[in-house]
Design a protein around this ligand. Structure first.
Ligand code: SF4
Length: 295
C-alpha cells in the first residue's frame, strides 16, 4: 500500500511583487518593440524563465559594447549602476527600468549617506548585481561586508565618526544584526537603514516555520538566486533533509525514503508552474499525497 505523505507549501512561495513587475515589463517590450531587446544580465535569477524570454526575443547581455541606437535595454529587478544607465543613454538606447522600488530605495539611502558624509557599509553578496549597483551609488565611499568578523578586519580605525548601513534586500535579519553589533563600538554615530524587503522577510519566516515540522524540505529556485540560497540556509538550520532543486526532475527517491511530511518553498524568482511540477512529480513517485497549502 502506498505510504501517506503530507505536502505543505510555505506561504508566499513563488514570484514576489518586484519580479512580477520586471517580467511584465519585459513581456510588454517583447510584444510592442520591433527592435532588438536586451536585459542587462538576467532579468531575474531563474534560468528557466530567462530561457522562455529568450524564445520571445529578449536576450541577456553583460556588456553594452554591441548596443546601437534603437535597441531596447531592460534593467532588471536587481537594478544597475548610474554609470551603466549613463553609458546606455549616450548610445541612444531606449531604457526600460524594471528596478524593484525596494532596491531603488537602497540606492536613495546610499546617495543620502554619501551627501551627508557617512562612511558607507553595504551588507551583501559581493558579486551580486544588486550589491554592485549599491556600491556604485556610494561613489567610492562604500565597503561591502558579509559578516561581523569582516567588519573587524576591514574597519581598521578604532573609531569612525559617522557610519551608515544599507543591506541587500534579500539578506537575513540575523546578518544585519550581527554587522550592526560589530559596527556599534567603532562608530560615534551609526545610521542603519533596514532595507531587507518585507516579501523576503515573510518568505524566510514561513520557510523556517515549515522546515521545523517536516522531514524533507524542497526549496525550488535558481541556484544563482541569492534569495533562494538564503532559503536553503534557513531550512537547513531546521531540517537536515533540505534540498535546493531547480526543476522537479531533480528530486531523488532516496530523499523521501523515510519521510512522512514534505515541505515546499520557492524563491522570489520561481514561477508557480515549477512549484506545481514538483507537487505533480511527488504524486507520480507513487505516494498517496494529501496536499495542504499553508495560508
Ligand atoms: S525580493 Fe523584494 S526587493 Fe527583490 S525584487 Fe522581490 S520585492 Fe523587490
Amino acid at each position: 500500500m502506498a505510504r501517506k505523505l503530507t505536502i505543505k507549501l510555505a506561504c508566499g512561495s513563488g514570484f514576489c511583487f518586484g519580479v512580477k513587475k520586471a517580467l511584465r515589463m519585459a513581456e510588454d517590450a517583447a510584444e510592442n518593440h520591433r527592435g532588438r531587446i536586451y536585459t542587462y544580465g538576467a532579468i531575474i535569477h531563474n534560468p528557466q524563465v530567462v530561457a522562455q524570454l529568450e524564445e520571445k526575443g529578449v536576450a541577456e547581455i553583460y556588456s553594452l559594447r554591441g548596443l546601437r541606437r534603437g535597441d531596447v535595454l531592460i534593467i532588471s529587478a536587481h537594478g544597475s549602476s548610474p554609470e551603466i544607465l549613463r553609458k546606455a543613454k549616450t548610445k541612444g538606447v531606449s531604457i526600460i527600468d524594471a528596478t524593484c522600488p525596494f532596491v531603488a530605495r537602497g540606492h536613495d539611502f546610499i546617495s543620502l549617506l554619501y551627501k551627508k558624509g557617512y562612511e558607507i557599509i553595504i551588507i551583501g553578496d559581493r558579486d551580486h548585481r544588486e550589491v554592485a549597483g549599491l556600491l556604485a551609488c556610494s561613489a567610492g565611499r562604500g565597503k561591502v561586508v558579509t559578516s561581523g568578523k569582516e567588519v573587524k578586519k576591514r574597519l581598521k580605525k578604532s573609531r569612525v565618526r559617522k557610519i551608515g548601513v544599507v543591506c541587500q534586500t534579500t539578506q537575513r535579519t540575523e546578518l544585519l544584526l550581527e554587522v550592526v553589533a560589530a559596527l556599534l563600538p567603532k562608530a560615534q554615530e551609526l545610521r542603519v537603514f533596514n532595507t531587507i524587503c518585507d516579501a523576503t522577510r515573510r518568505r524566510q519566516d514561513s520557510a523556517r516555520e515549515l522546515a521545523v515540522c517536516v522531514d524533507v524540505m524542497l526549496i525550488v529556485g535558481g541556484r544563482n538566486s541569492a534569495n533562494t540560497q538564503r532559503l536553503l540556509e534557513i531550512c537547513k538550520e531546521e531540517c537536515r533533509g533540505s534540498y535546493l532543486i531547480e526543476v522537479a526532475g531533480e528530486i531523488k527517491a532516496s530523499w523521501l525514503r523515510t519521510a512522512t511530511k514534505i515541505g515546499i518553498t520557492g524563491g522570489a524568482s520561481t514561477p508557480r508552474d515549477l512549484i506545481d511540477d514538483v507537487i505533480k512529480k511527488l504524486r507520480n513517485m507513487g505516494c498517496d499525497l494529501k496536499f495542504r497549502s499553508e495560508k
